[in-house]
Design a protein around this ligand. Structure first.
Ligand code: AMP
Length: 112
C-alpha cells in the first residue's frame, strides 16, 4: 500500500518517534504548527475518521488513552488541542487516520 504513514510505521521513511506500542505510533510533525506538534496514528491503516467502525474503534479509544501520556511527557501542563482532519473540506492531506496533538502555546479561540 502506498501510504506515507504506513511507511513511517515500517521505518521506511524516517520520523522522530515520541511514543510507540503495539497499536499506536506517535511522531513529530515535519511542519509544526505549535511548539509541540505530535501526530498520533494507529498502526492499522484506516484512511480517515470515516473508516472508524465498531470493529476497529478500540484502537481510537486506545489513542485517546495514550494522548494524555504523551501530553504529560511533552510537558503540556497548560493543556493541549487534538484535531483530526477528515476529507477534502478539512484539508486532510495524508490518507491515514491521524490525530494532531498541539500545545506549548496559547491557542486561538477561533475555529474550535
Ligand atoms: P493533515 O493535513 O491533517 O492530513 O496532516 C498531515 C500532517 O502530516 C501535516 O501536518 C504534515 O506536516 C505532516 N507530515 C507530512 N509528511 C510528514 C513526514 N514525513 N513526517 C512528519 N510529518 C509529516
Amino acid at each position: 500500500m502506498d501510504c506515507l504513514f504506513c511507511k513511517i510505521i515500517a521505518g521506511e521513511i524516517p520520523s522522530t518517534k515520541v511514543y510507540e506500542d503495539e497499536q499506536v505510533y506517535a511522531f513529530r510533525d515535519i511542519n509544526p504548527m505549535a511548539p509541540v506538534h505530535v501526530l498520533i496514528i494507529p498502526k492499522l491503516h484506516l484512511a480517515s475518521a470515516n473508516e472508524i467502525t465498531p470493529e476497529n474503534a478500540a484502537v481510537v479509544a486506545h489513542i485517546f488513552q495514550v494522548i494524555p501520556q504523551i501530553a504529560a511527557a511533552e510537558g503540556l501542563t497548560g493543556g493541549y488541542r487534538v484535531i483530526t482532519n477528515c476529507g477534502p473540506d478539512a484539508c486532510q492531506s495524508v490518507r491515514h487516520l491521524h490525530f494532531h496533538l498541539l500545545g506549548g502555546c496559547q491557542m486561538s479561540e477561533k475555529m474550535v
